[in-house]
Design a protein around this ligand. Sequence first.
Ligand SMILES: *Cc1c(COP(=O)(O)O)cnc(C)c1O
Length: 364
Amino acid sequence: MNFHDLANPNLADLQPYVPGKPIAELQRQYGLKQIIKLASNESPLGPSTAVQAAIAMAVQDSTLYPDGNGYLLKQALSERFDLAPDQITLGNGSNDVLELIARCFAGPEDAVMFSEHAFAVYPIATKAIGATAIEVPAQAYGHDLSAMRDAVTDKTKLIFIANPNNPTGTVVSHAALKAFLMALPSQVMVVLDEAYLEYHDNPENTLTWLADFPNLIICRTFSKAYGLAGLRVGYAISHPEVADLLNRLRQPFNVNSLALAAAVAALGDEDYLTRARSVNKAGMQQYEQGLREMGLAFIPSKGNFICVDVGRAAGPVYEGLLKEGIIVRPVAGYGLPNHLRISIGLEQDNAYCLSGLAKVLADD
Ligand SMILES: *Cc1c(COP(=O)(O)O)cnc(C)c1O
């Protein structure tokens, strides 16, 4: 049997997503006790107590299917962000929603566009549906919106833009983004992926743009600043008719009941979010200063991570850090072979990571 011949031909060109190495895996490999993971842009704060209480309550109903419409979470999001519930599509992480959008709007005859150094899920979602991926070269590691505009053809159905971008942490200004939307043919759908929105100091409320740009879909997640990466919950905000289309493709119970309850609690826990922002801000300064002292270049970031140019092939440096019990993220697969992406952690973990990096680079 040749299963590759039997499989959907779109899979031939598909590479699996490579996640950050789990702590337990490194423990098994090297028998290390002390390990810090700064590899997946997770919250370093641990779960909020409000979230833990909500999960403990929700687990009592875990023999029942979740509310397939996510009524309470949609209500909470509507109130928090002044939206209509029928604009919201919930997902098993925003990954789920990104994939639903690709399946909804593009097929084998179509092109889907994203930037060089963009989030790995965009090419995966594109290739899985057999669409043509158009990767537009970046400018100073970030989105080159005018080049992206110029690359649009009548085959272009969908454009993914992460702001801030992962793994680079770059941002496009809201003025530039708005100009881009205005210049774009209105039948091209645009996904604005705001996974790191909460770390932005004064973000403009892009939700108000939806009235002017019905082709805009905004994606957000509870995985980063809200600290729920393990529970898998994210959402899209769009025109209600777009939400209706996504809902036809969505698995009926794509967000589990613990995640739904946790997300409602997380949304109400302002203190946690404030703490996430301030710990991140302090940690970012710690890295910027430490890296400057080491003479290492980095890409200025507005996310909860920083991409460091280690000045040589980053693979061996990554391996050296693993032996020190430090997990960061190699980003060669994102076209950045000399960079490592480090998630911002707690002060002592950041300090340990910086000194580990200095040690590994000196040993080399
Ligand atoms: C982390 C991340 C997401 C969120 O993924 P989830 O599936 O919600 O955990 C989405 N987009 C980008 C750019 C990310 O970095």
